[in-house]
Design a protein around this ligand. Structure first.
Ligand code: AMP
Length: 434
């Protein structure tokens, strides 16, 4: 009979498999932990939403909405889109559940997969992961500085040092239209090709981001938003920078920064890693003063970021960092015989219940092969249990680091293991309220 053909993952969609999956999860959790340290509460949202949420929330003229969305009609004839970013969904949920009627700012953190139909390449996938935070309901510049500092501290906790924080101010609802007109007038006087002229009409700010050297040369005298801020926006930006200075968060002001999403106003920033090549954006965000009202909510301002987990993992590798524990377990059990296998099931179960990470070999393998597996697992300790040990009610506890080994009574295994492992990592046990 002919074999069935195999099925591959869709193009541009990565799998996260061991051992690299451990690093991925560790990086993701460290990004989330930085937000947790600043009082952000977790929010878990659907991966698909009503398409209108993104066309209205992200902006119809953006590449993300016009070219990259996974949109389909469901069985109820509704237009559904796999979320390409996180902010619009968070705003939808905040409005829908009235979170904005409680204490402000509402501070939320999320993590999960996002979907964009981009051309796949190194660091650019069609399903990728972000950790994001949103702080809604205050335009205090201290909040802008907090959000930026959370990103910086997240990368620092991972050990990254080679990234650059770029930021600028994109002005507010008053400054921006006036500046936009000035920029459009300037662009209209340039010998640009037809497609770029069209872009200048629709979204002139995006033209500033044109990577072609010939176009960049034409743009050297372009008016910049940063030089046309109202006194309010200018002062707001200066205060954000002043707090970052006092926090010793290094940054570069980049007045030509353009972001791919339309909703940004005032403070806008990006973390860039030069070792990542063409896809150098590690994460980015900014203030979105008009978004909540645009989605039918109160006119509250907000600020947030989305940090790419995939690219943070790549950046850590590029800097030669090892993130997270590579060991699959702390203790590895090696039973020699059927009776030993059953006894080891009990020993392993008890140690796991006591919070120790235990794996073991199965299937009557020889001592040599099983010890090889013990080494490969990354365990510090091997528990070798043969028939003779079983008769004597002991197990051989071997420290794989020092090579020391000694028999230990079965009811003393946990304390013998703890003596070698040292202090356990403190965990917060689940509890029932009194
Ligand atoms: P954005 O939501 O476009 O501001 O992107 C924020 C971060 O998400 C970027 O800096 C990247 O690290 C990551 N990201 C965005 N798009 C992709 C993608 N297609 N593949 C991998 N990471 C991405």
């Amino acid at each position: 009979m002919a074999g069935k053909t195999t099925i591959s993952a869709p193009k541009g969609v990565p799998d996260y498999i061991p051992p690299a999956s451990r690093t991925f999860v560790a990086v993701r959790d460290m990004l989330v932990a930085a937000a947790d340290r600043a009082g952000y509460s977790p929010i878990e949202l659907p991966v698909f939403e009503d398409t209108a949420l993104f066309t209205r929330g992200v902006g119809e003229s953006t590449d993300v909405v016009s070219k990259e969305m996974y949109t389909f009609t469901d069985r109820g004839d509704r237009s559904i889109t796999l979320r390409p970013e996180g902010t619009a969904g968070v705003m939808r949920a905040v409005i829908e559940h009235g979170l904005d009627r409680g204490a402000l700012p509402v501070k939320l953190v999320y993590e999960g997969p996002f979907f964009r139909s981009e051309a796949p390449q190194a660091g650019r996938y069609r399903q990728f992961h972000q950790v994001g935070i949103e702080a809604i309901g205050s335009d205090d510049p201290a909040l802008d500085a907090e959000v930026i500092a959370v990103g910086h501290e997240a990368y620092r906790a991972i050990g990254l040092t080679g990234y650059r924080l770029e930021l600028t101010s994109l002005g507010d609802a008053v400054d921006r239209p006036a500046y936009r007109e000035k920029l459009q007038a300037f662009l209209a006087g340039l010998p640009l090709d037809e497609a770029t002229r069209e872009r200048a009409k629709l979204n002139p700010l995006r033209v500033l981001d044109d990577k072609r050297p010939a176009v960049q040369a034409l743009l050297s005298d372009a008016p910049l938003m940063l030089d046309h801020l109202s006194s309010g926006s200018g002062e707001h930006f200066r205060q954000v920078l002043a707090i970052l200075d006092r926090l010793a968060v290094p940054y570069v002001v980049n007045p030509r920064m353009v972001r791919g999403l339309d909703y940004y106003t005032r403070t806008t920033f990006e973390f860039v890693h030069p070792l990542l090549g063409a896809q150098s954006g590690l994460g980015g965000g900014g203030r979105y003063d008009g978004l909540m009202a645009e989605l039918g909510g109160q006119p509250l301002s907000g600020i947030g970021f989305g940090l790419g987990v995939d690219r943070t993992v790549l950046a850590a590798a590029a800097e030669g960092l090892t993130v997270g524990q590579s060991a699959r377990c702390e203790v590895y059990g090696v039973p020699m015989g059927e009776g030993a296998s059953r006894e080891l099931a009990v020993i392993a179960g008890r140690l796991r219940a006591a919070g120790i990470r235990v794996d073991r070999s199965y299937g009557g393998r020889g001592l040599k092969a099983a010890m090889k597996s013990a080494d490969a697992s990354g365990a510090r300790i091997a528990l070798v249990l043969g028939d003779r040990d079983l008769e004597q009610g002991t197990v051989m506890v071997k420290d794989l680091l020092s090579g020391d080994q000694h028999p230990v009574a079965l009811d003393r295994v946990e304390s013998a293991v703890r003596d070698i492992l040292g202090d356990p990592t403190p965990t917060v046990p689940a509890h029932r309220p009194e």
